[in-house]
Ligand binder design. Structure first.
Ligand SMILES: [Zn+2]
Length: 283
């Protein structure tokens, strides 16, 4: 857990999981009155670690916010909330996609994570509209509903009225490989342009993997997405194995790290199918 002061009265605690938990972050925003959790990590262990941190801070959990519809952000919510009767808040679109895709995520994640993928998942219990501001634990949180992008439905949450501290979900990956299997890369690129335009240049972006970063990273993320699409498009799909290797080679040249490389690899065939290349079936 790391922490930093957003204002004198508000501290942000970040919980970063190891590679076994997809290197994902969740946040506890500690106000004078309580704690607002932002995202819940993927696993039982990480959800419990967050819950233990809530308890050690000695203030009540007042709400849980969910940025987007991917399981590494909502799976552990059940453990973070524990026995508390607190609202789990998301936009209607994020809520709908979590409910729609949860059974499929169970099929995919149970074999990968076993008992670390929670047996029961907690879904949002309260939905909010684009632009809504909520007063939680004495702090103000505003949501921007982005729609499809990195996931089938994304949102970001700002703390305070000036958008200087923003919980950005996975709009930017901080020089780790990215997941592009959901088929909304054009929308993601548009969201990156919009965020670059609308957020203050000196904003602190609390992101889903790595960080914090500043809006200077939006252009890097755009380049990553564009390079991935181009790499898939220009590969020779008459030889799917070679095509896949060519994409991996190009992406690891652009970003020489293996952090979250598996997410990028999982995205190659779905992207090829999306682009109508070869006889590749969606993954
Ligand atoms: Zn994520």
């Amino acid at each position: 857990m790391t922490q930093e002061a957003a204002t004198p009265e508000i501290r942000i605690h970040r919980h970063s999981t190891g590679p076994g938990g997809a290197l994902v972050n969740a946040y506890l925003v500690e106000t004078s009155e309580g704690i607002v959790a932002v995202d819940g990590t993927l696993t039982v262990s990480d959800g419990r670690a967050l819950r233990a941190r809530v308890e050690s801070l000695g203030k009540p959990l007042v709400a849980m916010l969910v940025t987007h519809a991917h399981p590494d952000h909502y799976g552990g919510v059940v453990e973070v909330v524990g026995p508390d009767d607190v609202p789990v808040i998301a936009t209607a679109g994020v809520d709908a996609v979590i409910r729609r895709d949860d059974a499929l995520k169970e099929e995919i994640l149970r074999p990968m994570f076993g008992e670390e993928w929670p047996r029961e998942r907690t879904f949002p219990s309260r939905t909010v509209a684009d632009g809504e501001t909520l007063e939680l634990g004495g702090a103000r949180f505003s949501v921007l509903d982005l729609g499809p992008g990195e996931s089938p439905h994304d949102s970001i949450w700002s703390l305070g009225d000036e958008r200087r501290t923003v919980f950005l979900g996975d709009q930017v990956y901080d020089r780790k490989h990215a997941y592009l299997a959901d088929g909304f890369h054009e929308e993601w690129l548009a969201n990156l342009e919009r965020l670059k335009r609308e957020l203050p240049a000196d904003a602190t972006l609390q992101i889903g993997h790595g960080g914090p970063v500043t809006p200077a990273r939006f252009d890097e993320q755009r380049e990553y997405v564009e390079t991935f699409v181009d790499a898939v498009r220009s590969a020779d799909w008459s030889q799917p194995t070679t095509a896949k290797a060519a994409v991996v080679e190009r992406m690891t040249r652009l970003l020489p790290t293996d952090e979250l490389q598996f997410l990028m690899e999982l995205s190659i065939e779905p992207m090829a199918a999306r682009l109508g290349l070869g006889n590749v079936r969606p993954g």
